[in-house]
Design a protein around this ligand. Structure first.
Ligand code: DGY
Length: 323
């Protein structure tokens, strides 16, 4: 007898409850080797898959999709979907689910954590102590940071996460300016107490520039030398969106040459990065290992939605969140 259950491929393990849920309905294959799933194995396994669960680092390109004749659903465990060739998937009638909203607060919290860390030099101090280099206390110029009150926070990309960051930054008395493809309504601008400015003004005026745009062809390495040299020399850059929005080599150069004061990054051009990465050697840089959505609460909700999107998609019903 042939197994009639749909075949679901997961490029890595999800929470146990999610696996249990999927197993009730489908035949599943969970790849448990080194991350990311090698292209060759993905190409083999996806041939018979009806649905795919993937993650932001899996490259689901046109060739992979074309090699999956039975594929009906792609459910990504992420808000970003820049790793999926959406155009090809849609051409083949494949439904794509993703997990926005549930990670807004977690990502905004991390952005603020990085902002505070950077401006008050917390991690820098931690590194100093661990290296046995804390020799004096309370010096007038030692380990001094910058206060948030009254500083201008420039938000590049005023979607859900950008807005949640604005809300939090107000608590610290920061002034908010933003640039977005589409200007917010007057009512929302008022509620967020945020001023719309041109991209150029955003770059030039921000004391802290925080990136919250999606990664697209249009935002590919948009923060490069030309932009960095327009920023205030006293300013800071934060990125919790996607690594490839910044030209990392230009950023390292800008930090080295004092074009800007510091940077805090949760995302990188190529992840994971190691201790020999140029940015990992700089004292005025705070690094996080792509943990924007990484809270127990959020990750659980992401898994629930990933599973629900997949089930609804295979049942030909409307997904909770679809692209
Ligand atoms: C996403 O979901 O796209 C985020 O990068 C996770 O932190």
């Amino acid at each position: 007898m042939t197994d009639k259950k749909p075949y679901v491929l997961l490029t890595r393990r999800l929470h146990d409850f999610a696996i249990k849920e999927l197993k009730k309905r489908y035949t599943i294959f969970v790849y448990d080797g080194k991350i990311p799933m090698p292209k060759k194995i993905l190409g083999e396994k996806i041939k018979k898959a009806d649905a795919l669960v993937c993650f932001p680092y899996d490259v689901i390109d046109g060739k992979t999709i074309e090699g999956a004749p039975k594929l009906k659903v792609i459910s990504t465990y992420s808000v970003g979907f820049d790793h999926i060739d959406i155009k090809t998937a849609k051409k083949h009638g494949i439904k794509i689910g993703y997990t926005p909203e549930v990670l807004t607060n977690a990502t905004a919290d991390l952005t603020v954590a990085l902002l505070l860390d950077l401006m008050r030099r917390v991690t820098e101090g931690d590194r100093l102590i661990r290296a046995g280099n804390w020799k004096v206390i309370f010096g007038a110029y030692d380990y001094v940071g910058i206060e948030l009150e009254g500083k201008i926070l420039g938000i590049f990309g005023m979607g859900r996460i950008g807005q949640a960051v604005a809300k939090r930054a107000h608590v610290f008395g920061m002034k908010i300016i933003y640039h977005n493809r589409k200007r917010l309504s007057h009512a929302l601008e008022k509620k967020l107490d945020a001023k719309y400015v041109s991209y150029d003004e955003l770059i030039r005026k921000s004391d802290v520039l925080s990136i919250h745009v999606p990664y697209t062809k249009g935002t590919h390495k948009i923060i490069d030398h030309t932009v960095l040299q327009k920023m205030k020399k006293t300013s800071f850059l934060i990125n919790t969106a996607r690594g490839k929005i910044i030209n990392e080599r230009d950023l390292a150069k800008a930090l080295r040459n004092g074009l800007i004061s510091g940077a805090a990054l949760d995302v990188f051009e190529n992840e994971p990065i190691g201790k020999h990465h140029e940015l990992a050697k700089m004292q005025n840089v705070v690094l996080a290992p792509h943990i924007g959505s990484s809270t127990a609460e959020t990750r659980k909700k992401m898994a629930e939605i990933t599973v629900q999107n997949l089930i609804l998609g295979l049942d030909c019903k409307k997904m909770i969140y679809s692209v």
